[in-house]
Design a protein around this ligand. Structure first.
Ligand code: BGC
Length: 911
């Protein structure tokens, strides 16, 4: 054979080998900063992520190559690339930082990635894209405009010492302009405070609602970025914006911070095909009116719409705005203008009501069948000038009328006034309600159910988790949690969605955020919230228990502020994203030092504000227990949690390269442990304080129990639960964060399962048996004082959802990994539970785990995404054959377990 022929043959063999293996490996789900083709990125080294699929098991990335260019054509041709990473030998496929030429403000970028894997090379991925935000404040040419007056009857700004209600009509703003050349790209940068709804030529620029997301406006103001190229017309155009009050002109004043009257900042940047540019900015050349149909909008009180004031065509060319005013130039809010990085809120689902009843007074009650959050759209017949009003409630009274007492002073009523007799359709824009029932008045007939649609509204994020078992109650609790969580995202996690509160209470989410992260991709939302928390800190270093601090609560307690740390840790563990830890480390350190200096005495944290909030009280009529035997000493709560935060800070310091801080945290932790045990631990009885489950479980789970005493302390938890509470939960918001995992970790999964499946008071099952379709604020939410019994709080979930996914399903990230790159799958199998089937869409792709154990037969199906591995642990009593399954890397036997190491792919383990 001639030499060239031989070479050709070798080349052929290589390319053939490449081809066969290549064809199975694909790159999918490109993400930039964890978002799909985002606009308005504000970091100069954004991070790329992708997922890898193959039809063969055990897929591992060997290297990647990323290319970035200013256009798809340049990417394709390879000329003028801004970054070619070259082939980087690495298995990293999540959050790889950009390291190319400087990215320019406002510009679009395109990227692709190509991989080598242990199964051959992938082709180039599809092209992903993003655009940069306005990176420099000087690029803003727009002026804040609005109407600096109350100009309609009945409008109120709230007064100290008087009625603190606020009432204000929506502002309508418009501007006509000309785009006289062929347009290449048009981008709208906009911030409308409190909320904006923007139109170009009568069409909404996006389906977002309540945008931008709330912030502490004198520290930070978010703006949104929309690509409006397709909405721009040749020649004449009209930009129209409606401004709602949102949280800027807040619902109550004083009592809730009000920042001022609504205002708009808008800048439309047009790039023409010939390379020239034009900018349309908000300024005094616009027109404004507050005499439009939205005569009031207040998130607590509702929206009022007077169709008689409609201004047909106001947001299109040629509308006669002669009666409109020149806008006032408004003061710029002091906060830093920041491109919002978390997605806005949208309608995520629609729901049809299940029943309608007529009341003796001629009003109707609509039942949505589900406690939900959002609004109702209506298609009804009305009479000119006769208002149709809708009042929203979570519950009914015994007589079938609305139960409003738990809404406190929120008026929760939307009103539509028809301009003529006949059919009309309407839905509000700037308000939302937490409701299952709606009372409708002002109709002369009984409407069909089909006339109503419930719109479920919360931050745009993927549902990532799915969980089913053979026990319907266990499934229903998961379902209630799902509804409760999506009910309580409003650009920040809120305590409740219905009464006159709806605020970012920290303590509710300290551990909850982690459980929620199994069901929803809440990474961007929680990242944003941590910024709210830092923005809301006092100059002295206190964290506000409500952040953004629309209520300022610098109580210098430990347990509520701990969310700042636990949520940052969650973002790292669940998503592999350490950026929050890096960003907020200095603020965290400042708070730790402030607390040490101000509230630590002899290594004990002395201050606490809320106790073990909402524990089941001795009488079902009480909100809070008065029984000293049930209450946990505040110093125990503060000291155990602060001690845990010191340990978190040790890990954070390592991530941030601040190793010099570590010895200080370590020695303080050691001293605290000693002082804590000297003060609160009874060596004889192995009890902490007055021996509540909360005191003992926090000490145990957070690592304060002296070595050798763990079993005894745990026995106290078990004895107390069984002896004093008949196998029921006895904890409030603090203890519940560790209860399910703690009981399981120390060998009493049966007790955890009993607590889970109880239907008698107090339990999640009790809530369901009493009609709950979400989770209550109080274990006794049906009997306690209405002053504090929201039917839609998530804080009593504690660590339940973590336990569902990690312990029942075995979908657990290995302790030495993050983001589920490596799992340890070791489910627990409570007696009485025959089947669990769960899935979780991690940053690497979907993980599935489904086991059954019936009549002595055990089987377990597992799916792992590309570029991940798992250590699977199956108790010896469940005999499984593993054999030579492809993808199984190793099988070994340890005491009590068969251990199987697997790569990606789908596996069936059974007889
Ligand atoms: C809120 C809670 C919050 C608590 C703290 C309540 O009014 O609804 O969820 O954590 O106050 O005091």
């Amino acid at each position: 054979m001639k030499k060239t022929t031989l070479l050709l043959l070798i080349a052929l063999i290589f390319s053939w080998a490449g081809c066969t293996s290549d064809s199975t490996v694909k790159v999918e789900n490109l993400r930039l900063e964890m978002k799909e083709n985002p606009l308005g990125i504000n970091v100069t080294q954004p991070r790329f992520s992708w997922q890898i699929v193959s039809d063969r098991p055990d897929l591992a990335q060997v290297s990647y190559q990323i290319q970035v260019a200013a256009s798809p054509e340049q990417l394709e041709s390879g000329e003028g690339l801004l970054w070619d990473s070259g082939v980087v030998r690495s298995d990293q496929s999540v959050l790889v930082p950009y390291a190319g030429k400087a990215l320019k403000s406002g510009k679009p970028y395109f990227w692709r990635v190509k991989l080598a894997t242990n199964q051959g090379d992938s082709p180039w991925s599809d092209v992903g894209s993003w655009s940069m935000a306005l990176l420099d404040d000087s690029e803003w040419k727009a002026t804040w405009i609005g109407e600096d007056a109350l100009s309609n009857p009945g409008e109120e700004i709230g007064v100290a010492g008087g009625n603190n209600k606020t009432r204000l009509a929506a502002r309508y703003l418009r501007k006509e302009f000309t785009a006289d050349k062929a347009v290449k790209r048009a981008v709208l940068y906009i911030s409308g405070l409190g909320s904006h709804e923007a139109y170009l030529n009568g069409k909404k620029v996006s389906e977002d609602v309540f945008a931008p997301m709330p912030s502490l406006y004198y520290k930070r103001v978010y703006y949104n970025v929309y690509d409006v190229t397709n909405l721009l017309a040749a020649d004449k155009n009209t930009l129209g914006v409606i401004l709602g009050n949102g949280r800027f002109f807040s619902m109550r004043n004083p009592g809730m911070k009000t920042f001022g009257l609504p205002r708009l900042l808008a800048q439309l940047q047009i790039e023409y095909a010939d390379g020239s540019q034009a900018t349309v900015v908000s300024d005094a050349s616009w027109k404004i009116t507050s005499k439009g149909p939205i005569v009031a909008n207040n998130e607590f009180d509702g929206e009022e719409y007077d169709a008689r004031l409609e201004m047909a065509g106001w947001n299109t060319n040629g509308y006669d705005d002669g009666a409109w005013k020149t806008p006032d130039v408004m003061e710029a809010p002091a906060g830093k203008l920041t491109a919002q990085q978390n997605p806005n809120i949208r309608v995520q689902e629609t729901l049809k009501p299940v029943a309608i009843f007529e009341r003796p007074d001629g009003k109707y009650i609509l039942d949505m069948g589900q406690n939900m959050v959002g609004w109702l759209s209506i298609n009804l017949k009305g009479k000119k000038d006769q208002p149709v009003s809708m009042t929203f409630a979570e519950l009914l009274q015994k007589d079938g009328s609305l139960y409003l007492a738990n809404l406190r002073k929120a008026l929760v009523t939307d009103i539509y006034t028809p301009a003529k007799d006949g059919d009309f359709s309407w839905q509000p824009r700037f308000v939302y309600h937490g409701f299952r029932f709606v009372e409708i008045s002002g109709l002369d007939y009984k409407p069909e159910l089909s006339a109503f649609t419930g719109h479920v509204i919360y931050d745009r994020m993927a549902t990532t988790g799915c969980f089913e078992t053979s026990n319907p109650l266990v499934n229903q609790i998961h379902q209630n949690s799902y509804w409760g969580i999506r009910s309580n995202y409003r650009g920040m996690p809120t305590d409740c969605p219905q009464r006159d509160e709806r605020l970012g209470w920290l303590g509710d989410r300290a551990t909850g955020a982690y459980g929620e992260a199994f069901i929803f991709d809440n990474s961007r939302l929680y990242n944003k919230w941590l910024q709210d928390i830092e923005d809301s800190m006092s100059p002295e270093g206190s964290i506000s228990d409500v952040s953004p601090n629309y209520w300022t609560i610098y109580a210098d307690d430990v347990t509520w502020p701990s969310a700042f740390f636990y949520v940052a840790d969650m973002l790292y563990r669940q998503y592999g994203d350490d950026s929050a830890i890096r960003t907020h480390y200095p603020a965290m350190k400042r708070w730790m030092a402030h607390m040490e200096a101000t509230t630590m005495q002899d290594y004990i944290m002395t201050k606490d504000q809320y106790g073990d909030w909402c524990m089941p009280p001795e009488s079902q009529e009480l909100i809070h227990s008065k029984d000293p035997a049930r209450k946990t000493d505040g110093a125990i709560l503060s000291t155990t949690v602060y001690y845990d935060l010191l340990n978190k800070m040790i890990g954070f310091a390592r991530i941030c390269g601040q190793e010099a801080d570590i010895p200080g945290f370590e020695s303080l932790a050691a001293k605290m442990k000693e002082a804590y045990n000297a003060k609160f631990f009874d060596q004889e009885t192995a009890q902490y304080g007055n021996n509540t489950v909360t005191a003992n479980i926090l000490s145990l789970r957070l690592g304060l129990v002296p070595e050798g005493y763990e079993g005894k302390v745990f026995k106290n938890i078990v004895d107390k639960t069984e002896g004093d509470f008949g196998g029921h939960v006895s904890t409030g918001v603090l203890g519940i964060q560790h209860l399910m995992r703690g009981l399981t970790e120390y060998g009493r999964v049966d007790m955890a399962y009993k607590i889970l499946t109880n239907e008698t008071y107090p339990s999640w099952g009790y809530m369901i048996r009493n009609g709950a379709t979400t989770i209550w604020e109080l274990w006794n939410g049906d009997t306690a004082d209405p002053a504090m019994n929201s039917a839609n709080h998530v804080m009593l979930l504690g660590d339940l959802l973590i336990w569902y996914y990690e312990d029942l399903a075995g979908i657990k990230c290995a302790p030495d990994a993050v983001g589920f790159k490596k799992l340890v799958m070791e489910p627990v199998f409570p007696d009485g539970l025959d089947e669990v089937s769960a899935s979780y869409r991690s940053v690497y792709g979907e993980i599935k785990s489904a086991w059954t154990k019936k009549n002595g037969d055990f089987s377990w199906d597992i799916t792992l995404p590309g570029n991940t591995t798992a250590l699977v642990r199956i108790p010896k009593e469940y005999v499984v054959t593993v054999g030579n399954l492809p993808g199984v890397r190793r099988v070994s036997a340890t005491e009590g377990y068969t251990e199987i190491e697997i790569g990606s792919g789908s596996y069936h383990f059974g007889k």
